[in-house]
Design a protein around this ligand. Structure first.
Ligand code: ADP
Ligand code: MG
Length: 140
C-alpha cells in the first residue's frame, strides 16, 4: 500500500492502517527527519500514550498499555541509529522483545538488523517535499 501525506497530522492518521495489520514488529525506514518518530507517535496516540519521545539517546523506550487492541500489553519503541553492529543490537535483548506477542515492537533505523528481523511490517517513508512524504507499507 502506498500513500502520500502532506502534513505530520496526515502521516499520523496512517497509524490506524498500520494497526489494522495487527503487527508484532514494525520496521520504519527513512532518512533523518523523514517522519518515523512522528508516525510512531500516531500509533501511540491510538493506544492512549500521549507522550512518546524519540529514543535516540536511550535506544529503547518501553510503554505499558491499558487498551485492549489485539491483546497488546506493551510497546517497545527502539531507535538503532546510534548502534554500529548487529551484535550490539542483539545485546539489547531484541529477540526477547519480539518473542513476546503481547509486545508491539516499533523499530527506527532497522537496517542494521535486516538479516535477523523476523517477519514484520515494513513502513518506508520517502521525503517528497518540505511537508510531503511518500509512505509505503509492506508485509515482509
Ligand atoms: P525521523 O524520526 O524519521 O527522524 P521525525 O518524525 O522526528 O523524523 O521528524 C519528521 C519531521 O518532518 C517533523 O519535524 C515533522 O513535523 C516534519 N513533517 C513534515 N511533513 C511531514 C509529513 N507529511 N509526515 C511526517 N512528518 C512531516
Ligand atoms: Mg526518529
Amino acid at each position: 500500500m502506498e500513500i502520500t501525506t502532506h502534513s505530520p497530522q496526515d502521516s499520523q492518521a496512517l497509524a490506524q492502517k498500520i494497526l489494522d495489520h495487527e503487527p508484532n514488529i514494525v520496521a520504519f525506514n527513512g532518512e533523518l527527519g523523514a517522519g518515523k518518530t512522528t508516525l510512531i507517535q500516531g500509533i501511540g496516540k491510538l493506544l492512549n500514550i500521549d507522550r512518546m519521545t524519540s529514543p535516540t539517546f536511550t535506544i529503547i523506550k518501553q510503554y505499558s498499555l491499558r487498551t485492549n487492541n489485539y491483546e497488546l500489553k506493551t510497546i517497545s519503541h527502539i531507535d538503532l541509529y546510534r548502534l554500529s553492529s548487529k551484535e550490539e543490537a542483539l545485546d539489547l535483548g531484541l529477540e526477547e522483545l519480539w518473542a513476546d506477542k503481547g509486545n508491539l515492537v516499533l523499530i527506527e533505523w532497522p537496517e542494521i538488523i535486516d538479516d535477523i528481523l523476523p517477519p514484520h511490517l515494513e513502513v518506508k517513508i520517502e521525503v517528497a517535499g518540505p511537508d510531503k512524504r511518500k509512505i509505503t507499507i509492506t508485509q515482509l
